[in-house]
Design a protein around this ligand. Structure first.
Ligand code: B12
Ligand code: SF4
Length: 488
């Protein structure tokens, strides 16, 4: 396998006809304002699909236009130049517009397939969008096995569950599926091949501390229903929640270590440390494999679950190499946390951060500012909460990092439905995501690394104005940046 001449399409053999290129759209048109952050997480979902398709004999590649900082024109020209049979898109709500513009620039004889959260949330809108005129298949949910079937034969879409297209005569969306094909909706995560890293721009990569790191998926789906979240259970009725066997997870870690000398791993799942029985099973296996002596790893978790965990379990997580756990703290207001359906409160968070950082486990907390119904006082409570969590961590070996976002609505989520039901917002307004430059044209060091996350629908959802929300976001991000720089 090779990359294309300019190295943009990864994993495909360009000397043979291409079956498919999977395109991750850029978040904005980088030909207008260049990308200023230099790191982004890998597109594991597309790499899973490409890996599986390659094992079925197809010649496929991945074009991660976000990671490469490509413009819209550059992206479709590159695909047209290579002329694959299919082009595939992972549609996320904020990248829908740009994906559609790329699709509109493709040669009409390249067949298009789409998947991802936005495809699932608004399938009819996507299918009838004239820019997706070449769309042959919209795949709801996890794509590995259905994509391979489509590459084998476009007509298989009639047999596949959760695959939609536009009836050419009636001009109406149609859904395929025959009895007995349900297994396609939840591929067996223990039998999928390990992600072939040749499809990824930046994984494994060398971290500033010199370690080689890789990202992994250990579980799929989340049983919680946080009102804002694209991964919320009610927004993903198709997903069967599954965890991989600890033995399979360890085997992938060992394979990455053997092939690339990876010693740090990051589980980017919706929720990895999601329930106690799984955590215990996994930690028993990690202990038996002596992972804590050789590797470190980061994972997503839940405050309520870690709050219930006893000290011995937290000790075991630390001993097994848990370096940083990412937690959705979201707000310092108990009322707002209840409104979001978080099932946590600020006192629980304080206790969990204290108990983890005491053991040398760092915490990355995610926060949302400007949430619907948030009062100015509640916004101030969140700012205060972040500061007290910083102070708590200052007393301990583990660190606390705050990652702060402006609220954005995603279709399909409970919060989206609640906003639309107020009658105050039209879906088109809620979908009008625009990139916001908080980096002063790339000069502000503190905001540069987070540029990809600074986009907004520019609507006021709580009591504070959009400008007030952004001012708080910039203040907190700068403080965080200063703290991180001084700890290095
Ligand atoms: C890692 C991650 C990233 C990475 C990689 C993103 C990527 N494009 O793959 C980075 C950091 C780059 C990222 C960026 C963003 N992300 Co993100 N990200 C995630 C995270 C945590 C895990 C994704 C993952 O690897 N999952 C595991 C794999 C196996 O699943 P998957 O990616 O969903 O892929 C499967 C299916 O979706 C489908 N599929 C995927 N692509 C395709 C393509 C075709 C053709 C087909 C048929 C099927 C198909 O098959 C795959 C295999 O089963 C998710 C959380 C989540 N629930 O997924 C959020 C999530 C997907 N991200 C989200 C968002 C909003 C973004 C950003 C727009 C946010 C931002 N900047 O603030 C940007 C988009 C930039 C971009 N163009 O990539 C939202 C999406 C919400 C929504 N309704 O759109 C999620 C759900 C987070 C959340 N909880 O709200 N993200
Ligand atoms: S915020 Fe986290 S816990 Fe809540 S639904 Fe999303 S992934 Fe699950």
């Amino acid at each position: 396998m090779e990359t294309s001449d300019d190295g943009a399409v990864l994993g495909a053999d360009l000397s043979r006809p291409l079956d498919a290129i999977f395109i991750n759209a850029p978040l904005r048109d980088y030909s207008r304002r260049p990308r200023v952050n230099d790191f982004t997480l890998p597109v594991l979902g597309m790499a899973y699909i490409a890996t599986y398709a390659a094992t079925q004999g197809f010649n496929v590649g991945v074009l991660d236009a976000e990671a490469l900082g490509l413009g819209i024109g550059e992206t479709h020209q590159l695909v047209n130049h290579l002329g694959p049979r299919w082009a595939g898109f992972n549609l996320l709500a904020p990248t829908y517009e740009i994906s559609a513009q790329i699709a509109a620039g493709l040669d009409p004889d390249i067949m298009v397939m789409v998947g991802g959260h936005q495809a699932k949330a608004m399938p009819d809108t996507v299918i009838t969008d004239p820019r997706f005129a070449a769309l042959e298949a919209l795949v709801l949910g996890e794509g590995e096995t259905r994509v391979a079937e489509l590459l084998r034969d476009r007509k298989s879409r009639a047999d596949l569950p959760g695959v939609m297209w536009l009836d050419p005569i009636l001009r109406k969306p149609v859904t395929g599926g025959r009895p007995g094909a349900g297994h396609h909706l939840a591929p067996d995560v223990d039998h999928l091949p390990f992600v072939d890293r040749r499809f990824l721009v930046n994984d494994p990569y060398t971290a500033p501390d010199g370690r080689t790191e890789a990202n992994m998926v250990g579980a799929r789906g989340c049983p919680y229903d946080c009102s804002f979240c694209g991964a919320a259970v009610s927004a993903n009725p198709d997903i069967t929640i599954r965890t991989r066997t600890p033995a399979g997870i360890i085997a992938e870690m060992e394979a990455l270590h053997a092939a690339h000398d990876v010693t740090a791993f990051r589980f980017v799942d919706d929720l990895f440390l999601g329930y106690e029985r799984f955590i215990r099973r996994c930690m028993d296996a990690f202990t038996a494999a002596d992972l804590g002596d050789r590797f470190v790893w980061d994972a997503t978790g839940r405050i309520n679950i870690l709050h219930r965990a006893d000290d011995a379990l937290l000790d075991l997580l630390a001993a097994n190499g848990l370096r940083e756990v990412a937690l959705g703290v979201e707000s310092g207001s108990e009322r707002l946390l209840t409104y979001m359906g978080k099932r946590i409160n600020p006192a629980m968070t304080r206790s969990v951060v204290d108990r983890l950082t005491k053991r040398g486990i760092s915490v990355k907390g995610y926060f949302i500012l400007g949430f619907p119904t948030e009062t100015r006082e509640e916004l101030a409570a969140t700012v205060h909460h972040i500061r007290e969590l910083w102070e708590a961590a200052d007393r301990h070996p583990g660190d606390f990092r705050a990652s702060v976002f402006e609220f954005r609505p995603y279709p399909g989520t409970p919060e989206w439905d609640r906003l639309v039901a107020t009658g105050r917002y039209q879906p088109t307004q809620l979908l009008a995501y625009t990139a916001v430059d908080l980096t002063a044209g790339g000069l502000d060091d503190a905001m540069r690394g987070r540029d990809e996350f600074n986009f907004s629908v520019n609507l006021q959802f709580g009591e504070a104005t959009v400008d007030e929300v952004r001012a708080a976001l910039v203040t907190l991000s700068r403080e965080q940046h200063a703290r991180s720089s001084s700890r290095r």
